[in-house]
Design a protein. Structure first.
Lengths: 113, 109
């Protein structure tokens, strides 16, 4: 069974540009989560999607947004990139319902110059 | 919000040694997971353990939910065990995981 996949593995952008990160969940998983791991700030929750709807959002500005497609894959968009957006962005998926294990993808390393 | 504290922050071991990593959390949780982050950044699931004890090879974990802590035991450590170990909790089932700051383990041969 394939795990969570993310693309691209690396992304280099300049300040002010937009970045789009993609995630495909494990087959059968309907929930997708996005996390940011920035140097010195640890792993922080960004967004949670389930059944195409945004269910929860972390403490991030509105320029961080995303969506979930009918096939449960997800996209994270970061507008008006700032230098401090440089980080490892991790996607996780889980089965629907409560108390389910989250499985993580390999991440996308975003560098903003 | 819920606080997750991991100790020790850093741990240096010789190959073959045993170790115990601790995770304290400040409120009731419905989900607790332990992860190992490899040098490439991938988070590898170790245990889903909101309560009780589980074992997987040289690793085992115990969560005492009533006392709000979890322990990860690594026995006969190997150099491949090096990396960062994270504890993460979900205070409300089906929402976000709140991560501790991690324990960085270095195992030398």
């Amino acid at each position: 069974e394939a795990g969570v996949t993310q693309s691209p593995t690396h992304l280099i952008k300049t300040r002010g540009q937009q970045a789009t990160l993609r995630c495909s969940p494990i087959s059968g998983h309907t929930s997708v989560y996005w996390y940011q791991q920035a140097l010195g700030l640890g792993l922080q929750f960004l967004l949670w999607y389930d059944e195409g709807e945004e269910r929860n959002r972390g403490n991030f500005p509105p320029r961080f947004s995303g969506r979930q497609f009918p096939n449960y894959s997800s996209e994270l968009n970061v507008n008006a990139l700032e230098l401090e957006d440089s980080a490892l962005y991790l996607c996780a998926s889980s089965l629907a319902g409560q108390q389910e294990t989250q499985y993580f993808g390999p991440g996308t390393r975003l560098l903003v110059l | 919000g819920i606080q997750v504290e991991q100790s020790p922050p850093d741990l240096i071991l010789q190959e073959g040694a045993n170790s115990t990593l601790r995770c304290n959390f400040s409120d009731s949780v419905n989900n607790l997971q332990w992860f190992h982050q490899n040098p490439w950044g991938q988070l590898i699931n170790l245990f889903y353990i909101p309560s009780g004890t589980k074992q997987n090879g040289r690793l085992s974990a115990t969560t005492v939910a009533t006392e709000r802590y979890s322990l990860l035991y690594i026995s006969s450590s190997q150099t491949t065990d090096s990396g960062v170990y994270f504890c993460a909790v979900d205070p409300q089932a089906g929402t976000a995981l709140i991560f501790g700051k991690g324990t960085t383990l270095s195992v030398s041969s």
